[in-house]
Design a protein around this ligand. Structure first.
Ligand SMILES: *Cc1c(COP(=O)(O)O)cnc(C)c1O
Length: 413
């Protein structure tokens, strides 16, 4: 046994060609550990992590409360399956319901699976009411709902759909903010509208509040399910527990993931009792979803995020960050065009290529994430304070200067 361990650890990991599918353009940096908002490589280089694993590490790295919850659970029982009662899952579901519009919860391992559950639930709702023909779901241009066959069809991005066989039927996409097209798309087969209140991967486009209200009205008028994909916007990220609270428009079904696990893979589909009424015994399932490790961590994440003043502080930190970003934009008018987003889900819409900026930021020791529409996303852990805000802004300034320096260089380099 011990010799096998020695042999495998002796493989020169950094130089051997990767046998992973080359579906990601990975940056040549690997992190060994993390502390709060900092990710640290094996040689001790510290990066300020304003990507947080794409809005996942909501409490930063190695948060003591999460480490304790996970390690304590790891010493008890890891997995039981959904054939048995799971007290921590019951507890987490109840807490999610108490803090939201929801009355029913289904736990998953990922965001895409939470959306699959939302899609199935919306269809089943109508089928159980005697309308199986109502299965179509209207989605919005620029959407991102995941990478399963159904969720790529829902997201509607051709680059994710091409080459994977017939596109899953039942998704009708309309322009982002086009009332006439939306109304025209609603027909006798429509089951639901599905939308991210703020597009994440699509480039931090916020749905205008009047449009969210109108979606609710249209759903009520036509008997449609309103599905919010709050996988990226949820769990305190926008300065509210869920972003729909900013407008006061509640969905019938909501998918969550990313931040709820604080780095442990998990998601959930939340719904009203009415919306979930078709999901009866045996209609849906998962082996890993709601596993005791995930439930222990999910409860621990909520202990902190729903703690006194935590979300209010996220909103305050956001205001300070936003103000500094507005100044940064004024200082770098040839690089930054606009500041977007809400809470600690902010975006810099750039004039220069966003991927260059992400690389310059990394060279300045700051991790940020590219998004669609030439946007750079800032998704820091929600625990950051003034010190991290000023440090990030000074590193963003350095990144912008780096980009400006390349602009001034002669083109034929
Ligand atoms: C990340 C994301 C998903 C997909 O989540 P996975 O866990 O990668 O399956 C779906 N919708 C939105 C809005 C997301 O940000």
């Amino acid at each position: 046994m011990s010799s096998a361990v020695t042999v495998s650890s002796a493989v020169p990991v950094s130089t051997a060609p990767s046998v992973l599918l080359p579906t990601y353009a990975r940056a040549p940096v690997a992190f060994e550990r993390g502390e709060g908002a900092w990710a640290i490589t094996s040689d001790g280089t510290r990066y300020l992590d304003f990507g947080a694993g794409i809005a996942v590490n909501s409490l930063g790295h190695a948060h003591p409360h999460l480490v304790k919850a996970l390690t304590e659970q790891a010493g008890k029982i890891w997995h039981t399956s959904n054939l048995y009662t799971m007290p921590d899952g019951e507890k987490l579901a109840r807490r999610l319901c108490e803090a939201t519009f929801a009355e029913r919860v289904f736990f998953t391992n990922s965001g895409a699976e939470a959306n699959e559950c939302a899609i199935k639930m919306a269809r089943k709702y109508h089928a159980a009411k005697g309308h199986p023909e109502r299965y179509r779901i209207i989605t919005f241009e620029g959407a991102f709902h995941g990478r399963t066959l159904a969720t790529i069809a829902a997201g509607g991005q051709q680059k994710y759909i091409d080459g994977f066989g017939p596109k899953v039927d039942g998704f009708d996409q309309v322009p982002f903010d086009d009332e006439i097209a939306l109304k025209a798309a609603i027909g006798p087969e429509t089951a639901a509208l599905m939308i991210e209140p703020i597009q994440g991967e699509g480039g931090l486009r916020s749905v205008p509040p009047r449009m969210l209200r109108q979606l609710r009205e249209l759903c009520d008028e036509h008997g449609l399910m309103l599905i919010f994909d709050e996988i990226q916007t949820g769990v305190g990220r926008t300065g509210k527990f869920f972003s729909y609270e900013h407008v006061g428009v509640a969905p019938d079904i909501m998918s969550i993931a990313k931040g709820i696990g604080g780095g442990f893979p998990m998601g959930a589909c939340l719904a009203t009792e009415e919306a979930a009424s078709g999901m009866t015994l045996g209609t849906h399932g998962t082996t890993f979803g709601g596993n005791p490790l995930a439930m222990a961590v999910g409860n621990a994440v909520l202990d902190v995020i729903l703690g006194d003043g935590f979300i209010e502080k996220v909103a305050q930190t956001s205001l300070r960050l936003r103000q500094s970003l507005a100044q940064l934009k004024d200082q770098h008018p040839d690089v930054i065009e606009e500041i977007r987003g809400e809470g600690l889900m902010l975006g810099l819409k750039l004039i220069t290529p966003n991927t260059d900026f992400v690389a310059e930021a990394r060279a300045a020791g700051l991790l940020v994430v590219a998004a669609g529409d030439n946007v750079v996303r800032l998704l820091p852990p929600l625990i950051i304070g003034d010190a991290e805000v000023s440090e990030a802004v000074s590193r963003l300034d350095q990144a912008a200067r780096g980009v400006e320096a390349t602009l001034k260089r002669p083109a034929a380099e």
